[in-house]
Design a protein around this ligand. Structure first.
Ligand SMILES: O=C(O)c1ccccc1NCC(=O)[C@H](O)[C@H](O)COP(=O)(O)O
Length: 280
């Protein structure tokens, strides 16, 4: 039996951070609005544009996934709303340069501090040492955050359908492309696929419902056939078995976003190397 498909629903439990799962996405978005407004005042776009990496040409995660053997997008996250601390003292440069050396097709870095224990500095530091595509993993609600992503040295941004209207998704995706960033649109159900537009490069199916924390790999299998062919499919969250990756490949997935499975280990990069070796 593939245990990844049978992850238990923990939607009714209190999270380790003391926020109930049922409204976590709303809480994150509410905090994000305050945070972004403050940063916009302290560091205007004109200052972000002066970043030494602002004008660098972004690497393509889409191409990397199409060309790569593993398709693993390994994530750097110190904590999460569903688990609390996973790896509090993890060093971003050690872990992400290790991920890169181990054969990651892309690297996702959480830049949200309040809920995930990350910072924009994490991404900026990692960028100096890694040559594979980097996803800024955050809750994008404002185009200011796209300028920030560019200033940090990110290549891809995440747009979460559950947090945006169709119109907001279109405007943010268009702006991201204008800045040279790729767009990973994340959905959790068939209805959210309606957020896809011409500026979306990769379509991520999150097996975790961000409003309830419920996880089920079956979500990726159910939505696979509904995703337009031109979008590179990525399965996100709750993956811990090579067998799951192999089954997801059969229904067209090229990318596999994995965080906890590696970050919970003392040496996340060694865990990734071992995972990839067992995929061959
Ligand atoms: O991880 C959480 O608890 C979480 C809660 C609310 C919103 C987002 C959340 N996580 C972001 C992600 O989607 C995952 O970090 C990513 O897909 C990797 O998942 P996993 O392999 O299960 O760590």
């Amino acid at each position: 039996m593939n245990n990844d498909k049978n992850i238990q629903d923990n939607s009714n439990s209190n999270s380790p951070l003391g926020v109930r799962g049922s409204n976590i996405l709303d809480k994150i978005i509410a905090s994000k609005k305050v945070e972004v407004a403050a940063r916009n005042l302290s560091t205007p776009v004109s200052a972000l544009e002066k970043s030494p990496v602002f004008s660098r040409k972004c690497l393509s995660l889409k191409q990397s996934l199409l060309n790569s053997e593993s398709g693993i997008i390994s994530e750097f996250k110190r904590k999460s709303p569903s688990l609390g601390w996973i790896h509090e003292d993890a060093d971003v440069v050690d872990v992400t340069s290790g991920y890169s050396a181990a054969g990651a097709s892309g690297i996702s870095i959480l830049t949200d501090e309040e809920y995930f224990g990350g910072t924009p500095m994490d991404l900026m530091a990692a960028r100096q040492f890694i040559a594979c595509p980097v996803l800024r993993k955050d809750f994008v609600i404002d185009e200011y955050q796209l300028y920030e992503a560019k200033a940090m040295g990110a290549d891809v941004v995440l747009l979460i359908a559950a947090a945006l209207t169709v119109q907001q998704t279109l405007e943010l995706a268009r702006k991201a492309h204008e800045l040279g960033l790729e767009v990973l649109l994340e959905v959790h159900n068939a209805e959210e696929l309606g957020h896809a537009n011409d500026y979306v490069d990769l379509l991520g199916v999150n097996n975790r419902n961000l409003k309830t924390f419920e996880q089920n790999i079956q979500t990726s299998f159910n939505l696979a056939a509904l995703i337009p062919d031109q979008l590179v499919k990525v399965s996100e969250s709750g993956i811990s078995k090579g067998e799951t990756v192999k089954e997801l490949r059969k229904v067209g997935y090229k990318g596999f976003l994995m965080g906890e499975n590696f970050m919970k280990e003392e040496d996340p990069a060694a865990a990734l190397a071992n995972f990839i070796e067992n995929l061959q």
